[in-house]
Design a protein around this ligand. Structure first.
Ligand code: PEP
Length: 253
C-alpha cells in the first residue's frame, strides 16, 4: 500500500501570527474530523519550522516539511540551511526541485541530485518535484522531458535510497495559474513515471513510491485527481494557505 500524502507548500507567505493560526486550525480540524490514512505535510518557510513543530506536536498523521535544503553538509555557506539542521528540528520531509527553485534560483539536475543525497543521509524524505513547461507540453515532448529529470537527479540512488523518495509531478503551466492538468493527463504522466522507475528499479519498488500531483489543485478538483490509480496525493500551493480548503483536499481521498 502506497502512502497517501497531501503536502502544503506555503511558499514565501505567512507572518509568524498567520502561520501559527493556520497551523492551529489545520491541527484542530485534522483531529476533530478524524482524518485517517492520509499524511498531511506542512512545508512553511524556514523561520516557522520551530513554532509549527511545537503546534503539530505528536499529532498522528501530520508531519513537518521544509521547502528546501542545502546541497552541502555544513560549514561556511551563509544563508543556507542544511538537512542535518532541519532534521534536528523535527523536520521529516523536504521539497526539492520545485519549478520556482529551478527557474528563479537556477537549480539544475546535478545540484538537485546532491540535495536529495543530503536529505536522505539525514533521514529526511525528499518530495522531488518534476514537470514540464507549456512549451514542452505543446511540443509533445513532456514525457521524455520529465523522465529525464528523474534519471538525472535520482537514478544514481541505491534501491534502498530510491524507495524513500516521494515524487511530485507538477506541470509548470498549472502551478498558481488556476489551470489544472486534467485527471487523465495527471494519470498518464504518473503511470509513465512509475514505468520509468520500474525500468531502473523494478516493479515492486516503483509500485511502492508515492507520486503526488501539483498544480492548482483545490477542493473542487482533488477528488477526481485522487481517484486515479497512480495519483497518491497532492502538493498544494495556494489552497494550502486556507485551512478549510487544505482539509477538504486532504479529505478528498
Ligand atoms: C506548488 O507550488 O507546488 C503548487 C502546486 O502551487 P498551486 O497549488 O498554487 O498551483
Amino acid at each position: 500500500m502506497r502512502k497517501k500524502i497531501v503536502a502544503g507548500n506555503w511558499k514565501m507567505n505567512m507572518t509568524l501570527d498567520e502561520g501559527q493560526k493556520l497551523t492551529s486550525e489545520i491541527v484542530n480540524m485534522f483531529k476533530d474530523e478524524a482524518v485517517t490514512d492520509v499524511i498531511a505535510v506542512l512545508n512553511p518557510p524556514f523561520p516557522h519550522i520551530f513554532p509549527v513543530k511545537k503546534l503539530i506536536g505528536d499529532t498522528p498523521g501530520i508531519a513537518l516539511g521544509s521547502q528546501n535544503c542545502s546541497n552541502k553538509e555544513s560549514g561556511a555557506f551563509t544563508g543556507e540551511v542544511s538537512a542535518k539542521i532541519l532534521a534536528s528540528f523535527g523536520v521529516e520531509y523536504v521539497i526539492l526541485g520545485h519549478s520556482e527553485r529551478r527557474e528563479y534560483f537556477k537549480e539544475d539536475n546535478e545540484l538537485l541530485a546532491a540535495k536529495v543525497k543530503q536529505a536522505l543521509a539525514n533521514g529526511l524524505t525528499p518530495i522531488f518535484c518534476c514537470g514540464e513547461s507549456l512549451e514542452i507540453r505543446m511540443a509533445e515532448t513532456h514525457e521524455s522531458n520529465v523522465k529525464f529529470q528523474l534519471t538525472a537527479s535520482l537514478f544514481d540512488l541505491s534501491p534502498e535510497e530510491m524507495a524513500k523518495v516521494v515524487i511530485a509531478y507538477e506541470p509548470i503551466w498549472a502551478i498558481g495559474t488556476g489551470k489544472t492538468a486534467t485527471a487523465d493527463q495527471a494519470q498518464e504522466m504518473h503511470a509513465a513515471l512509475r514505468r520509468h522507475i520500474s525500468s531502473k528499479y523494478g516493479r515492486d519498488l516503483a509500485d511502492s513510491i508515492s507520486i503526488l500531483y501539483g498544480g492548482s489543485a483545490n477542493p473542487g478538483n482533488a477528488k477526481e485527481l485522487f481517484s486515479k490509480a497512480d495519483v497518491d496525493g497532492g502538493l498544494i500551493g495556494g489552497a494550502s494557505l486556507k485551512s478549510r480548503d487544505f482539509l477538504d483536499i486532504i479529505k478528498s481521498f
